[in-house]
Design a protein around this ligand. Structure first.
Ligand code: PLP
Length: 398
């Protein structure tokens, strides 16, 4: 039996080969490797697509978070960095980069547990922390300045609640959209909003395995705020409008022309590919329902007043026998992944550098139980069937 990978980037390349080869050929012809015309074209196309005023290409999703945060420190505090008394709320159930970016911007991450159904940060717990914190405010000088919700696995956080809290407490929101390119939130705004257009800024990743992935690292910051956009553009080029006479502590964090060219070619397929992911998820949802203690992804918010367009960066199930199931599928040649085995609050890097309060029961349980199944957009119906049959043949789920 042929092994089944989580993703098959070679297959995707074959599917888009003509467009990608042509895009690369164009770069070879013009030789404008640094901030070439493809970077601006990609920024314009994506800002139209997401519905924001500005998109700025950067070198990775991690840098997108750091640059957005640094720009906000300069805009809001008039300082290069946040300081340790500035707290930024985020989820512990995410990729390290989310919390790490907060540290790199000089602030302190405050971890808040997730909703066990959606795996996204729980707004009730955000409010709880803020209420407790504001009572303590007179005794300590820390204060919460912002929230970074992560649209995990491709599904929107409850943005109505999060934006409501942010408004009430005058906090900024930076959406971590690394896993949710093309995802939509349909909340109280009245019309559907693309993820990355709701907060003060959005941070996207073009890591090769992402829904829109390049042939290397890449990322993007989205924002409607002119000043944030301008600052991100300055910071990514060493910190000055003039490279030889700079104002800020900057980075070399440009998006490569070549990556932008590949991304432009692949962008043509993003809606089709997100739809393909959703179709595969539908088949999984139908045929894995009610098996043993398997819990399938939930695609509604608890209030049911909102609707989301989940783009299934991952199709993640959970079971108390997760490790057994992973080994069993591996023996059958089926790849699976655990996103994530450790919550951020248990990592050494955040020890003494973050605020850990209350319990993280939901995140810790998720780390023990989640398992992501292959969801290659071009995966055949037979392959999906084979994965499902293998799970059904495991005595625990038959
Ligand atoms: C939720 C989340 N945030 C941030 C990042 C960082 O993106 P990058 O790998 O492009 O730096 C990732 C990527 O893995 C991610 O999944």
């Amino acid at each position: 039996m042929k092994p089944i990978p989580m993703l098959d980037l070679k297959l995707e390349y074959e599917y888009m080969k003509e467009d990608i080869d042509l895009a690369i050929r164009k770069c070879l012809d013009h030789q404008k490797w640094i901030l070439g015309p493809e970077v601006k074209e990609l920024e314009d196309r994506i800002s139209d697509y997401i519905g924001v005023k500005h998109c700025i290409g950067v070198s990775s999703g991690t840098e997108a978070l750091v640059l957005a945060l640094r720009a906000l420190a300069i805009k809001l505090k008039g300082k290069e960095y946040f300081d340790r008394n500035d707290e930024i709320i985020t989820t512990p159930f995410t990729f390290t980069a989310t919390g790490d970016a907060i540290l790199r911007a000089g602030a302190t991450p405050v971890f808040v547990d997730i909703d066990p159904k959606t795996y996204n940060i729980d707004p009730i717990k955000i409010r709880k922390y803020l209420t407790q914190n504001s009572k303590l405010k007179t005794q300590n000088s820390t204060r919460v300045v912002g929230i970074i919700p992560v649209h995990l696995y491709g599904q929107a956080c409850n943005m109505d609640k999060i934006m409501g809290i942010a408004k009430e407490y005058a906090l900024f929101v930076i959406e971590d959209v690394a896993q949710a390119f093309g995802g939509i939130y349909n909340g109280s705004a009245g019309s559907p909003q693309k993820l990355g257009s709701i907060g003060m800024a959005g941070a996207f990743s073009f890591f090769p395995s992402k829904n829109l992935g390049g042939f290397g690292d890449g990322g993007m910051v989205s924002t409607n705020d002119d000043e944030v956009a301008e600052l991100v553009r300055i910071l990514l080029k060493h910190g000055g409008k003039d490279k030889y006479n700079v104002n800020h502590i900057g980075y070399n964090a440009r998006l490569d022309t070549l990556q932008a060219a590949v991304l432009l070619a692949k962008f043509k397929y993003i809606d089709e590919f997100n739809e393909k992911r959703r179709k595969i998820a539908e088949i999984y949802n139908e045929r894995l329902a009610g098996l043993g203690d398997l819990i399938l992804p939930v695609t509604y918010h608890a209030s049911r007043l909102t609707d989301v367009y989940h783009v299934y960066h991952q199709y993640t199930i959970r079971t108390s026998k997760r490790d057994e199931l992973q080994v069993y599928l591996k023996d059958k040649g089926i790849s699976t992944m655990v996103y994530y085995p450790f919550p951020l609050h248990k990592m050494k890097v955040f020890e003494g550098r973050s605020i850990i309060h209350n319990s993280f029961e939901n995140s810790e349980k998720a780390c023990r139980e989640v398992l992501s199944l292959p969801i290659e957009p071009l995966q055949s119906k037979e392959t999906t069937d084979q994965i499902i049959s293998s799970i059904r043949n495991d005595g625990n789920y038959g």
